[in-house]
Structures are given as C-alpha cells and as structure tokens.
Design a protein around this ligand. Structure first.
Ligand code: UD1
Ligand code: UDP
Length: 384
C-alpha cells in the first residue's frame, strides 16, 4: 500500500487537486489522505463542498491580513505534525502557493519523497508573480516526481538540471476539474441575469503585486468599458482579500451594469465563464480554464507563466495600465471577428486525463521502479 498525503490550502490548489484525490481514492494500491492547510477558509470550503471532499486533517491557519511568513511557518509546523501521524510514502503538493512550498519543505525535512503537481511553470521574474515564482522554483528543487502540465514546463525543468526521468508531462489537472464541473447541473441561482441582447465580461484580480495602484487602474479601465458599451454587463467576483474588495467598492460601486459579487463557487464560476464573451484577469488558473472553454483573455499582468496560451492566441498580455487595458478591450469588443479568432484555438493545457496519468506514474514508481530504490512504500516514520 502506498500512503499518499496530499496537502493544499487555497481555492485554486483545491480545484486542481480535487480530481486527483478522487482518482487516488479509486486505486486499490494507494491509501490517500488529505491535509488542508486552511490558508483560505471560505474559498477553500466552497471547493471541498462542490467536489465532496472531506479532508482528514485541517490546519485551519487563515488569519485576516496574514503575512507570508505567518502562512509559511504555520504550514511548516502543522504539516510536520501530520507527517508524524500519517507516515506518508509520498507527499503531493500543487502549484506555487505558500502552502505548497511550506508543505514540500516539511516533507523534505523528514526525507519523504515529494510529488509536485503543476511543476515547471516559469516567468523567470523573481517578483512577478510574487511570491509564486520563487515558491514554485524552490518546490521543484525539492521534488522527486515532477508532474509538468506541458512540454514547455518539462523543458524548463530540464534546462534547470532536473533529471529527465523524474519529469512527466501529464496535462494540467484543471482540465480534469472542468470535465467534472461543466457536466454538472447548472446552479439555479446564477448571479448574472443577462438579457438576450447583453454581453458578459468577467473580471477578476487578486495578485499581491497588483494590490494598490495597479488594481485601481484595472478597475478604472473596467468602469470606462461599461460606459463605452451599453450592451455590456461586467461581472466582478471579488476575492475575499479586503485589499481587493475595498478598491473595487470604491471605484466600481454604483456603476450601472457593473456587478460586484462574492466569489461564486467553482461550478457557478465555470458556468459564468462559459457565457462570457471576454475575460479580464490576473489569475493563473482562469487563463487555463478560459483557454479550455475557448474564451479570449486579456491578462492583467506584465508576465505570464502560461505562454502556451499566448502562442495559441487565446491569451493576450496587457499589463495593468488603465489606458492600455481600456483600448485593447474596446478594440476586441468592437470586433466580433477578432474575438471569434481568439476563441477558435486548441486548448494547449491538457486533455482532461492528467489525474489518471499522475496516479499511474505514482503506482509505477513505487511498484515497478524499485531497483533504483528511490521510492519505497510500507516504511514507517521510525524507519527513516
Ligand atoms: C493566495 C496565493 C496565490 C493564489 C491565491 C488564489 C500565496 C502567497 N498566495 O493568495 O498564489 O493565487 O491564493 O486565490 O500563497 N481571505 C479570506 N477568506 C478566504 C481567503 C482569503 O478572508 O477564503 C482573505 C484573508 O484576509 C487573507 C487574505 O484574503 O488574509 C489573503 O489570503 P492569502 O492566502 O494570504 O493570499 P491570496 O492573495 O489569497
Ligand atoms: N474561481 C472561483 N470563483 C471565483 C473566482 C475563481 O471558483 O469567484 C476559480 C476559478 O474557476 C479557478 C480558480 O478559482 O479555478 C482560480 O483561483 P484564483 O484566481 O484565486 O487563483 P490563481 O489561479 O491565480 O492562483
């Protein structure tokens, strides 16, 4: 029996790990446990509910306005305790959050193999996205199995000197999550009641490096767009970070056809996404989901670690300058043919079977790759 402990704590990690946990639970050779850090609370619980996941352990670390150091140290300490209880053969982490890096570090300190899901994404800019770029680079250095979503992410890892036999191109598990959500019944209460003659623009922003002036300039551009197109409804699901919400309320409230809403759960969000004509976002996961649903995206950042979407043509990098966002969005909204061209692309991020591949690889490494002794199961913590 391979004891696999999956650790995650924010909304996007949960969305991308939920289908993998469900896949691991199906495998008779694997005993799967889940530890949520609770780096996010309400936004994490929404995801757990949608996917019907009941974590075995919950560190419940979220505090309002938490610092990076507070998150990292609380997760490091908390995961250590869980490792003592579970004695895992493998710890799985996801992506680039502080929960991810701290959990990987806790596993490393106990010499437990680490599997990194969504390995190899890079901007190669230390402060963009901050702190995610260094979180993922450091996690990749610590990891033993690297599940790269695309060939490009594998290439990054190879160039950094990580041996090729530890890197597996699997596709991104977000496409697996989408297969689950879009086949689900449409939620009854949809927050955007559109008239047939209205178009929906979806706007989200939350990145740390965008808080302050950049996010204010994003919101000002959105306001001008609502004024420029009288058939446009702009829906802004607001991240629960108070810094995001206060700027949105100050600049966008009271504006006709701009709707500020609490973050809908992922089922509702994916249905909204599928109805949007254009997406403006600084989110990582939404770039991938929009590409999978053929929705054009203006990326509100100076860099993206998803250049596959730029190359495919479904993403465009516009940064956070008010004038540039307004002009680019206005141009697209005035040119349905260009919007249609951006939408008609093949999704570069995966085929919806990443989780099966990852589970297969874990079984293979532990059961059939024994000669190199890198992975061994059925050991106890005391044996290490
Ligand atoms: C975190 C991740 C980021 C990811 C984002 C996804 C790090 C450093 N950042 O950023 O990579 O893109 O999650 O959303 O790991 N809050 C609530 N309830 C919630 C969630 C958040 O009230 O359910 C509030 C809290 O006041 C919290 C603040 O939001 O202090 C910020 O949360 P935090 O996890 O520190 O950072 P994010 O910006 O969400
Ligand atoms: N999402 C959601 N409700 C929202 C906004 C986003 O369920 O109101 C989902 C979205 O579908 C995607 C994920 O949350 O799967 C992205 O999370 P976020 O943008 O917070 O983080 P990032 O991907 O940038 O790390």
């Amino acid at each position: 029996m391979i004891r696999v402990l999956s650790v995650f704590g924010t909304r996007p990690e949960a969305i991308k790990m939920a289908p993998l946990v469900r896949e691991l639970e199906k495998r008779p050779d694997i005993r799967s446990s889940v530890c949520v850090t609770g780096q996010h609370r309400q936004m994490l619980d929404q995801v757990l509910q949608v996917f019907g996941l009941l974590p075995d352990y919950d560190l419940d670390i979220m505090r309002e306005g938490q610092s990076l150091t507070a998150v990292t140290t609380a997760v490091l300490r908390g995961v250590e305790e869980i490792i003592r209880i579970v004695c895992p053969d493998l710890v799985l982490v996801h992506g680039d959050t502080s929960s991810c890096l701290a959990a990987a570090l806790a596993a490393y300190y106990h010499q437990i193999p680490i599997g990194h899901v969504e390995a190899g994404l890079r901007s190669y800019d230390k402060y963009s996205p901050f702190p995610e770029e260094m979180n993922r680079q450091l996690t990749d250095r610590l990891s033993d199995l690297l599940f790269a979503p695309t060939a490009l992410s594998r290439e990054h890892l190879l160039q950094e000197g990580i041996p090729g036999d530890r890197i597996f191109v699997t596709g991104n598990t977000v496409v697996d999550a989408l297969r689950f959500t879009v086949n689900h019944e449409v939620p009854l209460a949809m927050p955007a009641d559109l008239r047939p003659d209205q178009r929906l623009l979806l706007l989200t922003a939350h990145r740390r490096e965008n808080l302050g002036n950049p996010i204010r300039s994003i919101y000002r551009a959105a306001r001008r767009l609502a004024e420029a197109f009288d058939d446009l409804v702009i829906l802004c699901p607001l991240h629960l970070n108070p810094a995001v919400r206060s700027a949105a309320q100050e600049i966008l409230s009271g504006c006709e056809r701009i709707r500020l809403i609490d973050p809908p759960d992922v089922l509702t969000f994916h249905h909204l996404l599928s109805r949007a004509c254009l997406v403006l976002t600084d989110s990582g996961g939404i770039q991938e989901e929009a590409a999978a649903l053929n929705k054009p995206v203006l990326v509100l950042r100076d860099t993206t670690e998803r250049p596959e979407g730029l190359a495919a043509g479904v993403l465009r990098l516009v940064g956070t300058d008010e004038e540039r966002i307004f002009l680019e969005a206005r141009r697209l909204l005035s040119d349905p043919e260009e919007l249609a061209r951006m939408s008609a692309v093949k999704n570069p991020f995966g085929d919806g079977h990443a989780c099966e591949r990852i589970a297969d690889i874990i079984e293979e490494q532990f059961y059939y790759n024994r000669p190199n002794e890198r992975f061994a199961c059925q050991t106890t913590y005391a044996d290490r």
